[in-house]
Design a binder for this molecule. Structure first.
Ligand code: FAD
Length: 379
C-alpha cells in the first residue's frame, strides 16, 4: 500500500503554490476537476488578478492578528518575485491590481511545470477522511493514503467547477469550529422599494458605497437580479443584513453647491448621470424633470437622497455567482506558524477554506499563496 508523505485536497491556487515549493518530496494532489487550477483559469476574465500590490490585513475579513504575519512573510512582492522568476508577463491595473498580461493559462502552466513531480489524482472527488496511524482519504475512485493531509479545497462558490463542502466537513469531523459560511463578493438583490433599479440593467456608473464603516469607490453595475459591479462585490463582503448607503453623485461635493451652481439647469442635465438612471429615479419618486431653481424644499430633499441613498438589500445572488465564501474554518484552532490544526496532528488548512476572506482585487489569491507558502515551509 502506497502512503504519500503529503497529500492536498484540491489542486487550486493554494495547493499548487504549496506543491510547487515542495520539490523532491512525495506529494499528491486530488481534485474533482479534470484539470488543475480551474478558478485561476476563469478568474479576472481569463487574466487572473493574482495579487494586489497594497494587500494587507486591512483588506480581509477574519482575525487580523492571525492574517498579518502570514501575509507579511509572503506578501505581494514575494508573489511577484515568484511569478517573474518564471517569466510570467504581468499587467498592473488601477488600485494595485496585478493581472496576467496575456492569459491565466500561462500562470497555470508555470504551476503545472513546477508540480510535475507530484502525483495527481484528477477527476477524483474526496468523499470522506479518517485517521488511524495515517490519513485514509476515501474518494469516488478508492482510497488514497497519506502521512500529512493539507485541506486546500476552497469554499462553496462555483460548484460548477468543483467547489464542495468537504473542507468544512473534515474540519468539523476533527473537532474544529466553523464560522457560518455565506456567499461574498457577490451582487445584492433588492427590496421592492428599489425595484426601479431593475429597469437599468446594463448601466454602470461610478459611486461611493458605504457599508459597516467601510467605503468603496468604484463602478456599480445594474443587473437583472439587482446591483453588482466591483464596488458592490467588495461591499458584499461586509454586508450581513441592514442598510448600505450609496452616493450616486461622488463627483458632486455637496447638494447645496449643485443647487446653487446649476440653478438654471434641468435635473437630468445638472446631475451629470446617465439619463436613463436619472429618469428612473425621478419616476420612482414622482418627481418631474424641472429646472433646479423651481424645486420645492421637499423635492430638493428627495433629490438630495441620491448623495446618500440608504436602503437594505434583500439578499445576495448566492453561491453560483459569488466569487468567494465568507466564513469557514475558524483560525482560532489553527497554528499560524505552520497552518497545522491544533486539534489533529498532521492536518493542515490553507486558502479560502479558512475564515479569511479578501476584498475584490487580487486579495484572495494572495491569501491562498501566502497561507500555502507558510504551510509548505512548515510541512
Ligand atoms: C469567477 C471567480 C473569479 C475570481 N477571481 C479572482 C481574482 O481575480 N482574484 C482573486 O484574488 N480571487 C479571485 N477569485 C477567488 C479565488 O479564486 C479563490 O479565493 C481562490 O481560488 C482560493 O484558493 P484555494 O486554493 O483556497 O481554493 P480553490 O482555488 O478554489 O481550489 C480548491 C480546489 O479544491 C477542489 N475540491 C473541492 N472539493 C473537492 C472534493 N470534494 N474533492 C476533490 N477536490 C475538491 C476544487 O475542485 C478546486 O479546484 C475568484 C473566484 C471566482 C469564482
Amino acid at each position: 500500500m502506497k502512503i504519500h508523505e503529503i497529500c492536498f485536497i484540491g489542486a487550486g491556487a493554494g495547493a499548487l503554490m504549496a506543491a510547487s515549493n515542495l520539490q523532491g518530496r512525495d506529494v499528491a494532489l486530488i481534485d474533482t476537476n479534470a484539470k488543475i487550477g480551474a478558478k485561476l483559469l476563469i478568474s479576472g476574465g481569463g487574466k487572473c488578478n493574482l495579487t494586489n500590490r497594497y494587500a494587507s490585513e486591512a483588506n480581509y475579513l477574519g482575525d487580523k492578528a492571525f492574517i498579518k504575519p502570514i501575509l507579511e512573510a509572503f506578501d505581494a512582492s514575494e508573489t511577484l518575485k515568484f511569478v517573474k522568476a518564471h517569466r510570467l508577463s504581468l499587467e498592473e491595473r488601477s488600485h494595485g491590481q496585478i493581472f496576467c498580461a496575456n492569459s491565466a493559462k500561462e500562470l497555470v502552466s508555470i504551476f503545472g511545470r513546477l508540480s510535475a513531480f507530484c502525483t495527481f489524482y484528477l477527476s477524483t472527488t474526496v468523499l470522506h477522511v479518517t485517521k488511524k496511524e495515517h490519513f485514509i482519504i476515501l474518494t469516488n475512485k478508492g482510497e488514497i493514503h497519506t502521512q500529512k493531509l493539507v485541506v486546500a479545497s476552497g469554499g462553496l462558490s462555483y460548484a460548477s467547477i468543483g467547489a464542495s463542502d468537504i473542507g468544512f466537513k473534515i474540519a468539523e469531523q476533527f473537532g474544529h469550529t466553523l464560522i457560518t459560511p455565506a456567499p461574498a463578493l457577490v451582487g445584492l438583490t433588492l427590496q421592492k422599494e428599489q425595484f426601479w433599479m431593475k429597469e437599468l440593467s446594463g448601466i454602470a456608473l461610478p459611486v461611493a458605497l458605504h457599508v459597516e464603516g467601510k467605503t468603496f469607490c468604484e463602478n456599480l453595475l445594474f443587473a437583472h437580479k439587482g446591483i453588482s459591479g466591483p464596488c458592490v462585490l467588495s461591499g458584499s463582503l461586509y454586508w450581513k443584513k441592514g442598510n448600505i448607503t450609496i452616493d450616486f453623485l461622488p463627483h458632486i461635493a455637496s447638494m447645496e453647491a449643485l443647487f446653487k451652481t446649476h440653478a438654471k439647469k434641468q435635473i437630468t442635465t445638472a446631475l451629470g448621470l446617465p439619463k436613463r438612471f436619472s429618469k428612473a429615479f425621478l419616476d420612482a419618486n414622482g418627481l418631474e424633470d424641472k429646472v433646479l431653481s423651481k424645486l420645492s424644499s421637499t423635492e430638493k430633499t428627495l433629490l438630495a437622497s441620491l448623495k446618500a441613498y440608504t436602503f437594505a438589500p434583500a439578499g445576495n445572488f448566492g453561491y453560483t455567482k459569488a466569487e468567494v465564501t465568507r466564513g469557514g474554518v475558524s483560525t482560532d484552532e489553527i497554528d499560524g506558524a505552520s497552518m497545522q490544526s491544533l486539534k489533529c496532528e498532521g492536518l493542515y488548512f490553507i486558502g479560502e477554506v479558512l475564515d479569511v476572506t479578501g476584498e475584490l482585487g487580487g486579495f484572495n489569491f494572495q491569501w491562498a499563496f501566502a497561507s500555502a507558502m507558510r504551510c509548505a515551509k512548515a510541512v
